[in-house]
Design a protein around this ligand. Sequence first.
Ligand code: LLP
Length: 386
Amino acid sequence: RELGEPAATPRESWWRRERDALLKLAGEASPRYVYSLDAVRGQARALRALGAVDRWHYALKANPHPAILRALHEEGFAFECVSLAEVEAVRTALPQLAAERILFTPNFAPRDEYAAALALGVRVTLDALHPLQHWGELFEGRELHLRVDLGSGRGHHDKVRTGGDASKFGVALDQVDAFRALARERGARITGLHAHLGSGILDAGHWRSVYGQLASLAEGFSRIESLDIGGGLGVPSRPDERALDLAALGESLAEVKRAYPQFALWMEPGRYLVADAGVLLARVTQTKRKGGVHYVGVDTGMNSLIRPALYDAWHEIVNLSRLDEAPATMVQVVGPICESGDVLGANRRLPDCREGDVLLVAQAGAYGAAMASHYNLREPAPEVAL
Ligand code: LLP
């Protein structure tokens, strides 16, 4: 099978069942992001079933849609935020939420954001020495979490690996002593350790090793209560990728938890909860054949979904208007943006596409709308949550 060929047995997905409703929505307005809150809840419940994890946070950078925040709150999730605006988005969607259910884990944020987060009472994670060195008065008498760089990164692409010398995140292991001394000097208590090595990890053994490393590091501290082993839980996208083995993840976490029962185990996934719950619907605008290449143009592109351009990310694409027709031609699915990189799907075999057909770009619920732009002054696709 060529890479662009549809999988022999398509993956089960909510959008196949909801095809008529989606065609109707696209008929009203295109392009459009559509989210299934049931699908979000389904993923949330699968994770909550892993008993070893004491507290789950949703990394809302993946998709801060308020209906998703409310659904995940109902499913028992706390929230991980990387900017003050994300903290405010959670507080607006969930005004009754206790501030301690919010983690603030920014990177190179300005002083004012830490001051505001502390004033709100959210839990603050530092990932550099600078804040303690230069803004020590902010942290006096506070509880803090420390993000460490365990020395290596993981993930689906170089650009999403967040560990190792080439990464700007975290305090290096050889600076942890200096951090601890500074915290003591400033009268701050370190009560949590945190590590997130990257995004899109499909190897179930990864988090167990992070927990083990954080647990041994925690022995050098006196008051560590929680170990946050990050997010990064991957979802398979290319037809040949295998899903993360959740049962194996649960077992390996239960095992390390038995070895170090004194710490609360925290995780903070984003993608896993929302990726498959979202699709991008777009209409065919024009088709073109040039130099033996077939192009199918749609009414939105990298302005709505930049992942293929930025990471060569693979998103399944189907012609929703002709879901039952056999794939015919190998095409390049492109958007209307003035960049050669504005390709949503390269080398895809689709049924013959005509102007007005609705194409569905799958797995667009994570880092889709959240990373959209107004490039070329083309509005990104608006969102609707079912
Ligand atoms: N925690 C921290 C500290 C993070 O930086 C991230 C993601 C997460 C949790 C959630 O990671 P997840 O479970 O979603 O993998 N735009 C890229 C992904 C960048 C992830 C950034 N940090 C993409 O579209 O693949």
